[in-house]
Design a protein around this ligand. Structure first.
Ligand code: MN
Length: 216
């Protein structure tokens, strides 16, 4: 996410955090996620979080060198002046960077190996897990995210966060996440968030979930 370009002159434009590449074409997840939504979500919303983060850290060269993970894992360590902006925009950058590879047009029907075992152990079955996750996604009032995380006790847990708050800021490591901001679904699904959630299960990248789980 970071380039090693350093400033040479004050007038030189420095790129600190950079929009990561989308791992597929805008229309790859049709019909479940429509191309126009993907395009606006990525080039509009995600890009804005990156731009706003860079602007917020303009006068903080030491913070510019940190990773998104470091910034988000200890928000209290940040200067008060930039704390909210980092929370929202580093959160927005991290969450979306985490989210894109969690979707694929070649989705498998469910979780693999270690993540499947852990899900079954924690929730009883994949269906029970889906029910918990759907409830978290549906009941998040306003804008936010539903998550499957590993909590600080080392157990899987379904949670949700408001706005662009990131599980990392709550000592939780995300394994799976779903963006339930209206900008993620409104063009195709309007007010029907439940239909979007149901459609999204068709494109979940369980290989990525397995990778996320194994690297914790
Ligand atoms: Mn979003």
């Amino acid at each position: 996410m970071k380039l090693s370009i350093k400033t040479i002159t004050k007038s030189e434009k420095i790129i600190m955090f950079k929009l990561p590449e989308l791992p597929y074409a805008f229309d790859a997840l049709e019909p479940y996620i429509d191309a126009r939504t993907m395009e606006i979500h990525y080039t509009g919303h995600h890009a804005a979080y990156v731009k706003n983060l860079n602007e917020a850290l303009n006068d903080y060269p030491k913070l510019q060198e940190k990773s998104l993970t470091d910034l988000l894992s200890d928000l209290n360590a940040l200067p008060e002046k930039v704390r909210t902006s980092v929370r929202n925009n580093a959160g927005g950058d991290y969450n979306h960077t985490f989210f894109w590879p969690l979707m694929t047009k070649n989705a498998l029907p469910g979780p693999l190996e270690k993540s499947a075992q852990a899900i079954n152990k924690t929730f009883g079955s994949f269906q029970q897990f889906q029910k918990h996750f759907n409830d978290a996604a549906k009941s998040r009032f306003g804008s936010g995210w539903a998550w499957l995380v590993v909590n600080k006790q080392g157990n899987l847990e379904v949670t949700s966060t408001a706005n662009q708050d990131c599980p990392l800021s709550q000592e939780q490591i995300p394994v799976l996440g779903l963006d339930v901001w209206e900008h993620a679904y409104y063009l195709k699904y309007q007010n029907k968030r439940v239909d979007y959630i149901q459609a999204w299960w068709h494109v979940v990248n369980w290989e990525q979930v397995e990778d996320n789980f194994r690297t914790i």
